[in-house]
Design a protein around this ligand. Sequence first.
Ligand code: NAP
Ligand code: ZN
Ligand code: ZN
Length: 346
Amino acid sequence: MTTVSAYAALSPKAPLERTTIERRTVGESDVLIAIEYSGICHSDIHQARNGWGEGIFPMVPGHEIAGVVEEVGAGVTKFKVGDRVGVGCMVDSCRECEACRTGFEQHCAQGNVQTYNGVGRDGEPTYGGYSTHVVVDEAFTLRIPDGLSLDVAAPLLCAGITTYSPLKHWGAGPGKKVAVVGLGGLGHMGVKIAHALGAEVTVLSQSLRKREDGLRLGADHYYATSDEQTFKDLAGSFDLILSTVSAPLGYDAYLALLKTNGVLANVGAPEEPVSLSLFSLIGGNKQLAGSMIGGIAETQEMLDFCAEHELGAEIELIEAGQVNEAYERVTNSDVRYRFVIDTSTI
Ligand code: NAP
Ligand code: ZN
Ligand code: ZN
């Protein structure tokens, strides 16, 4: 075991503070990663505030990790010391069930081992990226291509894959009209990726405050959902709507924006349940779907795609001491467009 510095929530109501945690000794198939950057996902806030329930405290959040390999176990074949690597939302799974065997480790029948707020297969709690080092099995470690700098690559490990996977799955591409709801961490990557895939992209944001940014990121159109006229103008417009909203949404209004056979893919994970009228689905053969991150192979595919298209995240780099302030700002939809912790300040 090695003692390393970290930022933790000691309880759901406590601000995050500096602490120390133990990292396991590097095992046969492990890599020790010196973390350089760690993104702040809204899921960190949901969990650190115990909004989803059953949180394990103290909690060291962070599942958008980018760094450099410092040590490798004797059996490691994919990585060597000095490699630029990333870790996303999971660090292990059973590797034997149908989901694991087919590249959907996130849906492992035994549950994936979350990067933090989880329990490893060794029975120990997992601690995330708001920390200086992490030990991860090489099978759950991603390669960050040379074309991406580590700071803007970090958010891809969650925000990138969470938007790439449903956009690919539901066919975002040339000739397709795609709307992205919410221009935050996930949303801004959704816009960039959907644009790079060749789709016609519309942002549906609460206001027009971030319109210029949205268009610069690759959107063709930008509408405010606070304006009732938006829902009249865009009725029946989209093949695919990707909702990244962290709060409960009035789904009936958004389903009405789909074309016949359109899909509303939701990745937002609000803390309260939502309700909708099933008639919103029946009329128009519409689908309401969910999507959770992506498997390991698809995450590598996404990183390679983002490097090829020069798609890093738009980030605000902060010191670890600013993390509580950053949480406030994300909660208030005041993020442009991902906070990333410089972990040398931990
Ligand atoms: P974020 O940066 O806070 O972005 C969420 C955006 O949603 C905000 O920027 C805002 O965009 C919009 N929004 C917030 N409150 C709203 C409200 N009351 N009504 C309408 N729009 C609202 O968060 P994030 O990190 O992108 O994460 C978004 C959600 O996805 C979170 O719930 C997170 O837990 C979840 N998530 C899910 C997965 C998965 O695998 N499915 C993975 C990662 C994260 P505008 O200002 O443009 O309106
Ligand atoms: Zn996340
Ligand atoms: Zn499994």
